[in-house]
Ligand binder design. Structure first.
Ligand SMILES: Cc1ncc(COP(=O)(O)O)c(C=O)c1O
Length: 375
C-alpha cells in the first residue's frame, strides 16, 4: 500500500485561512465594492513593497501583466523581443500580441534560464535588426543572471523586462550593486501571475506589473482599464484587464504568509537535496551563490524520464513536466520555421526534466517516499 503524494496542495492553505478569506468576500458583499477601491490599492502598495519596486499595478493575469508592460514601454509592431524557448507560452503570446516578433535564445544547462552568452551571440549575429527588448524568464522560481543580461542589453540599447510569473520573492545578488535584489525590481518592468498554483496565488485569475518607472505604471493603469485617464475619457484603446477587489483582498491575506511559505519551500528543497543529491542518474537543481530561489517548482533530470514518471504515477506520486515541448517546436510557432536542433540545450532538458511534488506543507516523510521511489 503506497500513500498518495500530491503534486501540490491547494486545499490546506485555504482551509487554514478560510475565515480571513471569507471575511474579504463578506466585506465586498456588504459594501458592494467589487471593482477598484481600497483592497486593490492596498495590494498594489503591499506587493510593490514586497518586490522592492516603486510601483505595482494589479491586472487580470500574468499574461496581461506581460502584455501591458511591453505595450506601456513602447514595444509593438516592427520590434523584435528576445526570450527563451523553455517557458510557458504566455511569455511569447504577450510578445506577439503587442504586434512585435519573437526571437529565441537557448538556456543555460545548469540554471535552465536564459544563457547570457547565447543572448550576446544572437545580438552580434543580428546587428542592424530592430531588436528592442529582452525578456528573461525567472523560471521555476529562480532569477535569470540579471547583471550579465543587463550589461549586454545596455551595450545593444535594449530594454530588459522580467517574466517573474513563477518567482514571487526570488532574490538575485547583483555584483554590480553589491546588493540582493528581488524579482520584479530589476528591469523596466516585471510581470507576476497570481494563478492559484503560484507561490502567491489568487482564488481565481490574477496578475501584477511591478516597475520603478512612474510613467510605465501610469500607462499600465490606463491599459488595464480601456485606456481611460478618467471615466469615459479614453486616451488610447486598452483592455478589460482589471483585477477585482475580492481577489486583491484575498491576495493581501495570503501575502502576509508568503515569507513563511517560501521558507517551507526552501526547507523542502534542502531536504530533497539531502535525499537525492548523491543519487546516481538524478540531477538536482543548481542554485548559484547569487541566487535565493523560491522553488515554485522542484525540477530533477533523469535520462529515462518517461518511464520513471509512469512508475511514480503507478505509486500515486504525482509529478509534472515543465515543459514537455519547447516553444520553438510547438505547432503554434511552426511559422517561425524552427526545427529540432535549433536550441539543443532546451531540447535536451525538455526530454529529461521531471517536476517533483513541491509545496510549502510538503513533509519530510512524504519526501522520503518520493526519494525512495525515485531511487
Ligand atoms: C513563466 C510564466 N509566464 C507567464 C505566465 C502567465 O500567467 P497567467 O496564467 O496568470 O496568465 C505563467 C503562468 O502560468 C508562467 O508560468
Amino acid at each position: 500500500m503506497s500513500t498518495e503524494i500530491p503534486f501540490l496542495d491547494l486545499v490546506t492553505p485555504h482551509v487554514q485561512l478560510e475565515e480571513e478569506l471569507l471575511a474579504v468576500v463578506r466585506s465586498a458583499l456588504r459594501t458592494g465594492r467589487f471593482i477598484g477601491g481600497p483592497e486593490v490599492e492596498g495590494l498594489e502598495k503591499e506587493f510593490a513593497a514586497y518586490c522592492q519596486a516603486a510601483h505595482c499595478v494589479a491586472v487580470n493575469s500574468g499574461t496581461d501583466a506581460l502584455r501591458f508592460a511591453l505595450i506601456a514601454a513602447g514595444i509593438g509592431k516592427g520590434d523584435i523581443v528576445v526570450t527563451v524557448p523553455n517557458t510557458f507560452i504566455a511569455t511569447t503570446e504577450a510578445i506577439t500580441q503587442t504586434g512585435a516578433t519573437i526571437a529565441f535564445v537557448d538556456i543555460d544547462e545548469r540554471t535552465y534560464n536564459m544563457d547570457p552568452a547565447k543572448l550576446e551571440q544572437y545580438l552580434a549575429a543580428h546587428a542592424g535588426e530592430p531588436v528592442k527588448a529582452v525578456l528573461p524568464v525567472h523560471l521555476y522560481g529562480q532569477t535569470a543572471d540579471m547583471d550579465a543580461i543587463a550589461d549586454i542589453a545596455a551595450r545593444y540599447g535594449l530594454l530588459v523586462f522580467e517574466d517573474a510569473c513563477q518567482a514571487h520573492g526570488a532574490e538575485y545578488f547583483s555584483r554590480k550593486e553589491n546588493a540582493w535584489k528581488r524579482a520584479g525590481s530589476m528591469g523596466v518592468a516585471g510581470a507576476f501571475s497570481f494563478y492559484p498554483g503560484k507561490n502567491l496565488g489568487a482564488c481565481g485569475e490574477g496578475g501584477a506589473v511591478t516597475t520603478n518607472d512612474p510613467a510605465i505604471a501610469q500607462k499600465v493603469r490606463m491599459l488595464r482599464d480601456h485606456g481611460q485617464s478618467k471615466k469615459y475619457y479614453h486616451e488610447v484603446e486598452g483592455y478589460n484587464g482589471r483585477l477585482d477587489s475580492i481577489q486583491c483582498g484575498m491576495l493581501r491575506v495570503k501575502l502576509r504568509h508568503l515569507d513563511e511559505w517560501t521558507a517551507g519551500r526552501r526547507e523542502a528543497a534542502a531536504r530533497y537535496r539531502e535525499l537525492l543529491g548523491d543519487a546516481p542518474g538524478i540531477t538536482i537543481p543548481y542554485e548559484p551563490d547569487w541566487s535565493k530561489a523560491v522553488y515554485h517548482l522542484y525540477i530533477v533530470r533523469i535520462a529515462d524520464r518517461d518511464e520513471v514518471q509512469k512508475k511514480l504515477n503507478d505509486e500515486k506520486i504525482w509529478t509534472g513536466l515543465h515543459y514537455p515541448v519547447p516553444l520553438h517546436l510547438q505547432n503554434a510557432y511552426r511559422y517561425m520555421g524552427h526545427r529540432e536542433g535549433d536550441f539543443p540545450v532546451t531540447e535536451k532538458v525538455a526530454k529529461e526534466i521531471l517536476s517533483l511534488p513541491m509545496f510549502p506543507q510538503l513533509t519530510g516523510a512524504q519526501q522520503q517516499v518520493v526519494a525512495a521511489a525515485l531511487k
